[in-house]
Design a protein around this ligand. Structure first.
Ligand code: SAM
Length: 266
């Protein structure tokens, strides 16, 4: 069995009892960086063999891990912070275990994107992007594709790239509301609410997650008849009028008053 164990993103207290128990019980622990993980493992008196598993060796390590799990071993995987597999090594071994029909499970816990999204005050649905491609066509094309999405988009951004991020996203999206979460769960945690046009003027140090509001849909772009017919469908499906209005507002990013007035037709 492989356990993908979530670990703190800053505050060492943010780990579950089951995560500690799983790490203590495992035959060995795969660590993104054994030195980084040692701090956490020492803090919780977990004295266990650690094997390095990072993006440069994950492919070559896979075969041995697959073999161990086939042999019935319990293996835990942790990354430097947060949930393994989210912009962290983990995806390759998960794929390999799916291919070999072997068991795995996540021991859940922190992930920076969740804290940042909650603190942004922006609405779901959201799309998690993680790190943007560094530069060039790939970055440009991805931003262009995202520019028409009405979903909130969430990015991991290194501190030295935060200013470029604002410039490039503004060029692709135009002006939007932004929420910059820095040093989540740590002593200097802060969230700055600003705009792409205004840029980020806060402290450029530490770790960042940036949420960008989705594109607004022009109320005139969707026919009123479509809205009324979808409202009717939702109400016939069992939602109250109020719930149906809220669902349509979220679905198309429309103003509540506008949809409420249309709902008077059903
Ligand atoms: N797997 C991790 C997770 O579940 O959040 C993410 C790992 S990714 C390699 C590291 C990036 O996550 C950082 O560059 C930063 O963008 C974000 N991050 C991690 N910890 C953070 C924190 N405490 N505050 C803000 N951002 C954080």
């Amino acid at each position: 069995m492989l356990y993908l164990v979530a670990t703190p993103i800053g505050n060492l207290g943010d780990i579950s009892a089951r995560a500690i128990e799983t790490l203590k019980r495992a035959d060995y622990i795969l660590c993104e960086d054994t030195r980084t993980s040692k701090v956490l493992l020492d803090y919780y008196n977990i004295d266990k063999k650690c094997v390095s598993y990072h993006k440069y060796n994950e492919k070559e390590k896979c075969q041995a891990i697959v073999q161990d799990i086939s042999d019935g071993k319990e293996v835990a995987l942790i990354s430097d912070a947060g949930t393994p597999g989210i912009s962290d090594p983990g995806n390759v071994i998960v794929r390999a275990l799916i291919d070999h029909n072997l068991p795995m499970s996540v021991v859940p816990g922190p992930s920076a994107l969740i804290n940042a999204f909650v603190l942004s005050g922006m609405s779901a649905p959201f799309t998690f992007i993680g790190f943007l491609p560094e530069r060039g066509k790939e970055r440009h094309d991805l931003l262009n594709r995202l520019s028409s999405s009405t979903f909130t988009t969430i990015y991991y951004v290194s501190p030295h790239k935060i200013n470029d991020f604002f410039v490039d996203v503004y060029n692709a999206f135009g002006d939007r509301a932004v929420s910059v979460a820095r040093e989540l769960t740590k002593k200097f945690e802060e969230v700055t609410h600003c705009t792409l046009a205004g840029g980020y003027t806060g402290v450029v140090k530490g770790e960042f997650v940036v949420c960008v509001e989705g594109a607004k849909i022009d109320n005139n772009a969707i026919a009123d008849e479509t809205i009324v017919s979808e409202l009717r469908e939702l109400v016939e499906g069992g939602l109250s009028k109020k719930e149906a209005v809220a669902t349509i507002c979220q679905r198309y990013n429309l103003k509540k008053n506008y949809v409420y007035n249309l709902s008077l037709n059903i």
